[in-house]
Ligand binder design. Structure first.
Ligand code: TXA
Ligand code: MG
Length: 316
């Protein structure tokens, strides 16, 4: 079992020695190691059972650190960083040689973000290197939004979990890159696309196909072990009447199923609240004595787009 606590010095000492520490962010918990230490980075892939072709995000504590990570900061990226950092936005930029190729899976670009969580920003300010950190879950499973989620799955493989409480956003960062003419969305996330487009103009989306450049976009991802079925719940209740069923709905309760086997993402239709509750709700349902989890799409606007994206992948 990993120790759980709020001791930044202990976290720093472990990281300085090349060990891994789970860190809180506003989106999900990360499995962090020194981004410039190749053996620490290799250990991240090993603990997560993540394929080496799937690149990591580098976390920094101040925008000024960008020059140590990215070789070039296009003006669109600077504008996005100043508008949304610290916050749930990841930028894909030309990689500096100071970052090992292992971090970027050999790509000429590197993903970087400044997370919005006091404990982790304080930790980063004490370190002389940035932190490489994927979400702290086994590859393909639901991302963790509490220290206990991390403990349940990776506790035997890491020494320390920095406990920052439940994640306030609850869904991973939006990932934005660029080609010659267009901003490219690699993953929908905590910053709604509408807000990105206000700065970048038109957006191209890399989605709905398995692209090794952005495995977060793999069709099947974020998946519980129970079968997840997505659609209109009133219809699904008819077609799955003979199954052991749990329900994850946006806000409605259904009389056909025991209340104890239903979770509503929000009581009043708030998409922020729904995003914050999403992964913990999927984990709770996954632990119930049921065979199928019925889910319905939420309103497809703002954060709802990222929520629907995760629900679709969980059900794929
Ligand atoms: O909110 C988040 O982004 C969380 C917290 C811990 O910061 N991190 C996270 O990391 O979700 P991870 O490793 O689970 O997902 C990172 C995604 C992957 O889908 C990866 O393929 C993509 O970022 N990625 C990383 N580098 C990339 C690059 N150079 N080009 C395109 N996609 C990249
Ligand atoms: Mg992940």
């Amino acid at each position: 079992m990993a120790e759980i606590g709020q001791d930044i010095i202990q976290a720093k000492n472990l990281l300085d020695q090349g060990e891994l520490v789970a860190i809180p962010t506003e989106t999900v918990y990360g499995l962090a190691g020194n981004a410039r230490n190749e053996s620490a980075v290799a250990r991240i892939f090993e603990v997560k059972k993540r394929p080496f072709f799937d690149p990591l995000i580098v976390h920094i504590g101040a925008i000024s650190q960008l020059s140590e990570i990215a070789d070039d900061l296009p003006s669109w990226a600077e504008a996005l960083a100043h508008k949304f950092w610290p916050g749930p936005l990841t930028l894909v930029l030309p990689k500096s040689p100071a970052i090992p190729d292992l971090v970027s899976a050999g790509l000429p670009t590197v993903a970087v973000r400044m997370p919005n969580h006091n404990l982790t920003l304080n930790l980063l300010s004490t370190l002389s290197y940035p932190l490489a950190a994927p979400s702290a879950n086994p590859f393909g499973y639901i991302s963790p939004t509490t220290a206990e989620h991390v403990q349940a799955q990776l506790g035997d493989d890491i020494a320390y979990i920095l406990d920052g409480g439940p994640c306030m956003v609850g869904i991973e960062s939006t990932i934005v890159g660029y080609d010659d003419s267009n901003a490219i969305i690699y993953r929908k996330g905590g910053i709604p696309l509408e807000e990105i487009a206000e700065i970048t103009g038109s957006l191209t989306r890399v989605e709905d196909h398995s692209d090794p450049l952005a495995p977060g976009m793999l069709k099947s991802h974020y998946a519980p072990s129970k079968k997840v079925v997505m659609g209109e719940i009133s219809d699904l209740l008819k077609t799955h009447a003979s199954q052991q069923i749990g329900i994850l709905s946006f806000r409605k309760q259904f009389s056909e199923v025991a209340a104890s086997r239903q979770i509503q993402l929000t009581s009043d239709g708030d998409l922020k609240e729904a995003a914050k509750n999403l992964f913990a709700a999927l984990r709770k349902l996954d632990a119930m004595p049921i065979t199928h989890i019925l889910v319905e799409p939420v309103p497809d606007q703002g954060l709802g787009q990222a929520i629907n994206d995760r629900l679709r992948r969980a059900s794929s």
